[in-house]
Design a binder for this molecule. Structure first.
Ligand code: IPD
Length: 258
């Protein structure tokens, strides 16, 4: 089996190089294309970042599978699959809001075993390998140990589909009176890493894609967070003591919930 630390050693410099590319690109005017809806944007910077990462993986490991947000879908033969978000937080990038990231994860036989998320503007590098803990710039991470939902700082996000947004708004409206406060930073990979770092007590969102969550969810889990991804597309990562009360409020399609 491929060694998670070797996969991480390949991903980390590629994520750093892609982050440097995005840093250089920040503030330039971009032609914007749209994807799933008119609010779902993509630029040449997203595509250039994906190309850099994919080229690097193909040189080092030509037989692996690759899934990239901007369209890369290589079928592999090794059991290793790379999952890439070349620019998580595209809206922030375009508006000059310093919260966007590069995310690269490696799966072996369908299980994420290595992940790296680089916060481009803060120049922070979050890493994790399965069973080996999570780090921020090499220092170990431990998630929040909070048990009281009423004092929890909870991050969330919204998809691009208007109907889904209406449902997400209703869930947030019900949750807001029960927690310390809500944050919507605009980059799911960073939300998950900030749970790992204890900057958020929890994060949940329905409808994020594998590339948004693969690396960050491993970082959060390896930092001690409880992480759930349901068949209905809910991702929840939080301090272990918040898991049950928060799940009952945000997993609205589960029997017995509002
Ligand atoms: C989006 C961001 C956002 C989340 C959306 C994602 P993108 O990814 O992670 O925080 O709320 O659901 O689609 O489009 O910027 O790569």
């Amino acid at each position: 089996m491929a060694d998670p630390l070797e996969l991480l050693a390949l991903a980390r410099p590629l994520a750093a190089d892609a982050a440097a590319l995005l840093r250089e690109a920040t503030g330039h005017a971009y032609a914007v294309d749209t994807k799933s809806s008119e609010t779902d944007m993509v630029t040449a910077a997203d595509r250039a970042s994906e190309r850099l990462i994919v080229d690097g993986i193909r040189v080092a490991r030509p037989d692996d599978a690759i899934l990239g947000e901007e369209g890369t879908t290589d079928q592999g033969t090794t059991g290793v699959r790379w999952i890439i978000d070349p620019l998580d937080g595209t809206t922030n990038f375009l508006y000059g809001i310093p919260a966007f990231a590069v995310s690269i994860a490696a799966e072996v036989d369908g299980r994420v075993v290595a992940g790296v998320v680089v916060d481009v503007e803060r120049d922070e590098c979050f890493t994790a390998a399965l069973g080996q803990g999570a780090q921020l710039d090499g220092a170990p991470l431990r998630c929040s140990q909070l048990t009281d939902l009423g004092t929890a700082l909870v991050a969330t996000g919204f998809g691009y589909d208007p109907l889904r947004r209406a449902e997400q708004g209703a869930v947030v409206a019900a949750l807001l009176p029960r927690v310390r406060d809500i944050r919507r930073m605009g980059a799911a990979a960073l939300d998950l890493c900030w749970v790992a770092a204890g900057r958020f007590d929890a994060y949940f969102e329905r409808g994020i894609q594998p590339w948004d969550r693969a690396a960050g969810a491993l970082v959060a889990a390896e930092a001690g967070a409880r992480v759930l991804v349901t068949d209905h597309g809910l991702t929840l990562a939080c301090a272990p003591g918040l898991f049950d009360p928060l799940r009952s409020l945000v997993e609205t399609d589960r029997p017995g919930t509002a």
